[in-house]
Every structure is written in C-alpha cells, then in structure tokens.
Write a protein that binds this ligand. Sequence first.
Ligand SMILES: Cc1ncc(COP(=O)(O)O)c(C=O)c1O
Length: 344
Amino acid sequence: MAQDVTLATSNTAAAATFGMQPTSHMYMAEYKNGSWHTGQLQDFHKISLSPFALCFHYGQTIFEGMKAFRMKDGRLNIFRPEKHFERINASLSRMQMPELSYELFLNGIREVVQADKDWFEKDSDQALYLRPLVIASEERLGVKVSEEYLFIVMASPAGKYFVNPIKSKVETTYTRAFEGGPGYAKCGGNYGAAFYPAHLARLQGFDQVIWTDGMEHEYIEEAGAMNVMLVVDGTLMTPELSGTILDGITRDSLLTLAAKKGIKTEVRRISITELEKWFKEGKKVEVFGAGTAAVVAPIKSLDIKGNKYSPYMGDDATMFVLKKELNDIKYGLNKDEWGWNYIL
Ligand SMILES: Cc1ncc(COP(=O)(O)O)c(C=O)c1O
C-alpha cells in the first residue's frame, strides 16, 4: 500500500494537504543549444516527457521552495527572491546544470504570482507556496550531463501551517550528507535518500529525524526539510553551514532578527554530547525546526540514543518571539530593514 511518507512533519494540519492543489498558471522556459530561452506564462498543465529524458535517470533535478504573501495593505510580496536565486544557482552549479539569470528566475515567479493573485484569497494565511524547478530534459540513455533543461515555476496555496509540536529522534545510524557531497544543494536525490530513515523513525513513533554528521554521528546537522536551531539559556544557536546542510532562508532571517534584537547568536558545530549535557544541567533549552513552510516548528521531545529530553516550549519562548517578528515583516506589519520583501 502506498504510504504518505513526508519529510515534513507528519503531524501538521498542512502536511496532510500541502502541495496537492496547483494554482491556475505555471511558467516554463527551455534551455537548448547552450542558452536559456525566454519563458512563457501558461495555463497549468501536465508536461509530456520521453522516458528517455535524463531527469528520470541520473538525478539532474533541483528545486526551490519559497513563498509570496498578501500583506495587510493588500500588496503582494515575494519573500527574499534574491537569496532563493543565489541558492538555486548554487544547486544548479553543484549538479552541473546551467545557471539561471536573475531576470529569468524573477520573471517566472512574478508572472505566476501576478496571474494567480486570486488564489491568495482562498487561504487563511494569505500565502502562496512557490516551487521553481529545473530538470534535465535531453532524451538519452547514456550516463551524461544533459544538454537540455526545463525551468518551471508552479504554485500551490499555502494553507494555514499549524504545527503540532514535533517528536524527534537524533539519527545516528543513517546519514543524509557527507562533506564534499551535494548536501547544500536542493537536489531531488537528497530528499529521496532521506525517505527510508524517515520511514523507520516513523515506525518508532517519531515525526521527524534530526540528522548528524556522516563521519562521527556526533554533530547536529538539520531536520528533514528544516534547519535546526536551539535557544540555550537565551543564546540562539545553530550549526554552521559546513556544506552538508541547506543554507536555509528562514535560518538566516531568524539569525539576523535575533542579532538586531540583542539576542546572542552562535553559529558553530553543536555536538549531541553537549546538547545532552545542557539538558542534564537543567539549562533552558529550546529546540526547533526553521523553514519556509512552518517558519518555526517547536520540538517537544527529543530522543538522543534512547535518552528522552523535553525542550522548553512555553509561550514566552524566544522562538515564538522571533517567529512573530519575521511574520510581521512578511505581512508588512514590521519595518523591512533588510529589503527582504520584493513587493509587486
Ligand atoms: C533540507 C532542508 N533544510 C532546510 C530547509 C529550510 O530552508 P528554508 O528556510 O529556506 O525554507 C529546507 C526547506 O526548504 C530543506 O528542505
């Protein structure tokens, strides 16, 4: 029987329905004869590809995940498109795929958001999830780098993302990414390889795994589709960008906001030994996932090699303060000091 195995939290209201409903439009551009060609807004439709298309065989597929919001004054806002653009090109480059120009990337997103602006009304969060995708489309069975690609932007209403606190397990058997590998890229293979360990964790009653490094299984990496952040006695901490984790845009935004608010931040390797020590010493430890979907997803229980810990998640937790600050910027209720909002 098919199983609904998701890398996002299995216990969210949104996870059950997320990404099932396309909006009315999509944008598509082709790469052929050594360059990207002008893209076009189209009605949403299924695409036809030969089974020979290289994307089905050797993993040249990369994507982005971002959101547009209807601000309180009614204007539409795409959140941090430049940072998503940098990341999509980092992913493309790692997978030996042709980079996009900012013009093409932004055009695709703008056109879909503008054409589908009525779709914001159907959702209580007034947000659209945007999925830019690049796939290898050359028809060839040999193991080779594709010479043809499709860039597609699609969208889906982002329903109210209510997150029940997560039961999480620190994974010390399986590995998501190794140094020198494509861990920092948003390529399809990173997600496919994570499904099996995530499934095993679910059988043990966990919603989500927290990955550790591939060498020692000692240092915290990230969660399924979120970066991991901690607040330890008032200091916001998160693993450094070692090349094995995604450069999350929520992570970056929360770090920036925390620093602005005078909250101490530490970006460094975080070992599970010290994490256990903090819990045992009775420190106030918040643990949460940070990502575009939920912004902040509190982790209510953490299993580290069979030891159970309960991170702090009271109403006054720092993660909730930061989440509100960030949401207020996206909806235009807070000053956008860093120019994160691209307002249409
Ligand atoms: C593996 C992984 N890590 C972290 C994140 C969080 O990144 P962002 O905040 O840009 O959504 C995501 C979500 O896209 C992800 O898939």
